[in-house]
Design a protein around this ligand. Structure first.
Ligand SMILES: [Zn+2]
Ligand SMILES: [Zn+2]
Length: 305
């Protein structure tokens, strides 16, 4: 079920997407049909199957009204003996496992996925112990997971610091929030809103992801966002903390009646207007929202340089 959003001057529809899920094709608890049922019953529009080193024949599944995306989590060997977890979306259903060969590298897997028409995100870097300096040399990454539900048990569900370090160093990363669903306790804690004015299809979903027309959330919804003459304005469902985050100490907490800075976690606002200083023009800005339940939403960054 789509909701309307004005996204930098374009009237788009926002669709709820689960973009990192496992099934019994790898180590998930549920069969593909059960995974589809769980997400369809909870108002999702888009569901990607991303089993470990295995594609799924998603076009043969009963989608229950959702748009199904073919993907794979790829695991070439990475730094310090840890395997990468690379989330590839938009792959052919017969995509061969590119990490089957032990000589496969993160770069060769990213290149193979992109050559097959896919896009690739770095999954849960902090959980793997991967640092921004490990990710920075990789070419062709679309972004990373800013939140991953299944890794929160280890206290490593969030990846904001890694994201900001990469942005600081000029790596243009966008962010997903995902369940990485293996079992019931992973469900519905983080998802991605895909923004498009086209009818939903695998092609239109991939086009929106490539354009960066999406945002990550655990609950808060973005209703509009605009940037004109150094002023960022946004409307959203009630939130208690709204910050335009930028380079180093630069940040723009939303300021309004009785609400300054990070807020007290109680007072709610539904819009913000951030007047950006001139030095922002040399870097980037991303809007981060938090609601009274502590649930975040993360907009993709705006680049000024
Ligand atoms: Zn993983
Ligand atoms: Zn996974």
């Amino acid at each position: 079920m789509a909701t309307a959003i004005n996204y930098y001057g374009r009237n788009l529809n926002a669709y709820r997407a689960s973009l990192h899920t496992h099934s019994t094709t790898s180590d998930g608890q549920f069969t593909p049909a059960e995974v589809i049922q769980l997400y369809a019953d909870n108002a999702y529009d888009i569901l990607a199957f991303t089993d470990h080193s295995s594609a799924n024949p998603v076009s043969t599944y009963d989608s229950r009204g959702m748009t199904l995306i073919s993907g794979m989590e790829m695991h070439p060997m990475g730094p310090r003996g840890e395997r990468w977890h690379l989330l590839a979306l938009g792959l052919p259903e017969n995509f061969p496992t590119p990490d089957a060969n032990e000589s496969a590298t993160a770069q060769s897997c990213i290149d193979a996925a992109r050559a097959a028409g896919g896009i690739v995100f770095c999954a849960h870097p902090s959980y793997c112990g991967f640092r921004s300096s490990d990710i920075a040399p990789l070419r062709g990454l679309e972004g990373l997971e800013v939140f991953n539900s299944s890794t929160r048990y280890a206290g490593k569900g969030f990846n904001m610091q890694c994201w900001d370090e990469l942005l600081d160093d000029g790596h243009w990363m966008r962010a997903l929030a995902v369940d990485d669903m293996h079992q019931r306790s992973d469900l519905f804690c983080g998802w991605t809103m895909v923004l498009t004015d086209e009818p939903l299809s695998p092609t239109s979903v991939m086009r929106a992801l490539r354009r960066g027309d999406f945002y990550a959330t655990q609950g808060p919804q973005l209703l509009s966002v605009s940037l004109h003459d150094g002023v960022l304005e946004a409307e959203f469902t009630p939130c208690t903390e709204v910050i335009g985050i930028s380079w180093k100490w630069r940040g723009y907490p939303a300021v309004c009646d009785n609400f300054t800075g990070p807020g007290d976690g109680q007072r709610e606002i539904t819009s913000c207007r951030l007047t950006l200083k001139n030095d922002i023009k040399e870097c980037w800005l991303r809007l981060q929202l938090k609601d009274r339940h502590g649930r975040y939403a993360w907009c993709n960054p705006v680049r000024f340089n």
